[in-house]
Ligand binder design. Structure first.
Ligand SMILES: C[S@@+](CC[C@H](N)C(=O)[O-])C[C@H]1O[C@@H](n2cnc3c(N)ncnc32)[C@H](O)[C@@H]1O
Length: 291
């Protein structure tokens, strides 16, 4: 069965490289208390504690399965409450606490956080202005917001769209094949249920400049903004497609495991049909400072 969690893609070399570079660029001088929002399997938290072992990191994600993986795989000590995390911070010891919850609803005191990171998820926030205001509330003056995203205006490198179109076309063909096999076994084809399966996923993407304006309106000044091309291989795209959070959007209405399987199997076919081995896709990287 297809693994629809974010874990397989979070181990893709291109993905790790993009995030290692993001975390490596942060000035951690004076940073102790960190919030890793929409932390997924905790990749960013792990990279942060590797750089500075005294950090205390609160990771929050909607999905309890990813929270379980983050807690199990974190390379430093973990605790089981925010109070215990604060006790570690006061003692100057690094640790993390991962909990299931919404990044729209931050359980931190005003001005108590030195650094907020949100890896490839800011585009998922249902109300981005409210999200940024909440981040500004919990950051201390001079505190930083750092994020990256591959869902923004500018992510597609011109000329690479045919690969993504071919990927979707092939995914539908794989679905047809699966349904034919089901029919041959006397089973019904997978039904498409309209209006279902679309978790919060915004299609009205912002540009980097757009994010900058939204940050400024919330009281966070942009200190750094860059587009970074990262190559995606056939294997990388297959892992992206297998991730249920995206599959249920790209093939909305179908059972998520089926959508994941179709997108995963379609990726190498699309690359082969276009006769290419990888495509670049731009990552937006931004850092802002709470005024
Ligand atoms: C693309 S993954 C990124 C995971 C992780 N930040 C990383 O960089 O590896 C997006 C994550 O956002 C989480 N997510 C989506 N909406 C959320 C929300 N409102 N609050 C908290 N987490 C959310 C999903 O559960 C998923 O784990």
């Amino acid at each position: 069965m297809t693994d629809t969690t974010y874990e397989p893609y979070s181990q893709d070399p291109g993905y790790i490289e993009a995030n290692t570079s993001l975390i490596g660029s942060i000035d951690l001088e004076g940073v102790e208390r960190v919030a890793d929002l929409a932390c997924g399997t905790g990749l960013l938290s792990g990279l942060l504690i590797d750089r500075k072992p005294t950090l205390t990191i609160a990771g929050i994600d909607l999905d309890p399965v990813q929270i379980g993986i983050a807690t199990r795989t974190f390379p430093g000590p973990t605790v089981d409450s925010l109070e215990a995390l604060e006790a570690e911070a006061k003692a100057g010891r690094g640790a993390a606490f991962f909990s299931a919850g919404s990044a729209m609803d931050l359980p931190f005191e005003d001005g108590s956080i030195d650094l907020v990171v949100i890896g490839n998820a800011i585009h998922l926030m249902p109300d981005r202005d409210l999200f940024l205001r909440n981040v500004a509330r919990v950051l201390r003056p001079g505190g930083q917001l750092v994020f990256n995203s591959v869902f923004y205006v500018g992510t597609y490198v011109p000329g690479t769209e045919p690969l993504f179109t071919e990927w979707m076309r092939q995914a539908v063909m794989v679905l047809t094949e699966i349904n034919e096999e089901r029919k041959a076994r006397g089973e019904k084809p997978h039904p498409r249920v309209r209006g279902k399966g679309d978790r919060a996923f915004r299609k009205d993407w912002l540009s980097g400049e757009g994010w900058g304006e939204a940050m400024k309106a919330a009281g966070i000044e942009v200190a750094y903004m860059a587009d970074r091309p990262v190559p995606i291989s056939a294997e990388g795209l297959a892992l992206v497609g297998a991730y249920g959070g995206l599959a249920e959007v790209l093939m909305s209405g179908y059972p998520v495991e089926v959508a994941s399987e179709c997108l995963m199997r379609a990726a190498p076919i699309a690359f082969e049909n276009l006769g290419i081995e990888e495509v670049p896709r731009n990552w937006l990287e931004m850092r802002g400072v709470r005024v």
